[in-house]
Design a protein around this ligand. Structure first.
Ligand SMILES: C[S@@+](CC[C@H](N)C(=O)[O-])C[C@H]1O[C@@H](n2cnc3c(N)ncnc32)[C@H](O)[C@@H]1O
Length: 246
């Protein structure tokens, strides 16, 4: 499996990972009061579904960053289609090389992209860009039980060995200078209907499945779906809402 094949498989899909506009709106509803026109940073924006919801509901100037040009283009197109492009700046910028002014954001958002660095590194690296007392909200694959089934544990030990429970993630956040405000588990439909269904359709239609990299990527995605179908009640995506402590 290669990262290029993975990106290619996801090109043109509405989302890059589990999630839904309803869950984005639910997380926004749970935020504490923000300034009238908050400065927002959306990290790993992908095709921009959540970027548009953020701009539409919070009316803030929103910077969306990603490193894959087709996703950046899709995010721009989505913002135009929704009529919020005047609020959104899309930038080709890596989450581990951000050059923003320090303490410049009221809200950092990241759906399905924290795993690229891991919770600890992401929260450590991004904290300086939050204003004092500002908010970070992100989704992250999370164990929902202390004692997951052996096969699920084995699968994720290969795929994402640092996956932790919500309690452990919030404890990590605390040591890094955050206060946990709220969290909720994304519904299973955010995986199955919103993410896996379009992904399965894409896998059925892809013309380069004979390419060994693409074939391996498809096999891996099918295995991931199978594991979710069998053990999806032992792990899930959790939406975390944290505040930068003084
Ligand atoms: C699972 S997708 C989530 C996309 C989007 N937030 C969503 O939920 O649909 C992860 C995203 O992170 C982006 N990404 C990967 N490495 C990155 C990096 N170093 N800096 C910024 N974005 C990155 C990928 O291109 C991809 O769009």
């Amino acid at each position: 499996m290669s990262i290029e094949a993975l990106f290619k498989l996801h090109e043109g899909l509405p989302r890059g990972g589990p999630g839904s506009n309803q869950s984005t709106s639910e997380a926004i509803r749970r935020l504490p009061a923000l300034p009238a026109a908050p400065r927002i940073l959306d990290i790993g924006c992908g095709p921009g579904q959540q970027t548009v919801v953020l701009a539409r509901e919070l009316h803030g100037r929103t910077t969306a960053i990603d490193v894959y040009p087709p996703f950046l283009e899709a995010c721009r197109t989505e913002a135009q289609r929704a009529g919020v492009d005047s609020l959104i700046e899309v930038r080709d910028l890596s989450m581990d090389a951000m050059d923003f002014e320090l303490e410049s954001f009221d809200l950092i958002w990241s759906e399905g992209a924290v795993f690229i660095l891991g919770v600890e590194a992401a929260l450590r690296l991004w904290r300086p860009f939050l204003k004092p007392g500002a908010i970070i909200a992100f989704t992250e694959a999370t164990w929902l039980t202390e004692d997951p089934p052996a096969e699920a544990k084995e699968y994720w030990a290969q795929g994402y060995p640092v996956m932790a429970t919500a309690e452990a993630n919030e404890a990590t956040a605390k040591t890094l200078g955050y206060e946990a405000l709220d969290r909720f588990i994304l519904p299973a439909s955010d995986w199955t209907d919103e993410y896996y269904a379009p992904l399965k359709e894409r896998m059925d239609q892809t013309s380069d499945s004979a390419d060994p990299d693409m074939a391996a990527t498809i096999a891996e995605a099918l295995r991931e779906i199978e594991i979710f179908e069998r053990y999806g009640d032992s792990y899930g995506y959790v939406f975390y809402i944290l505040r930068k402590s003084a």
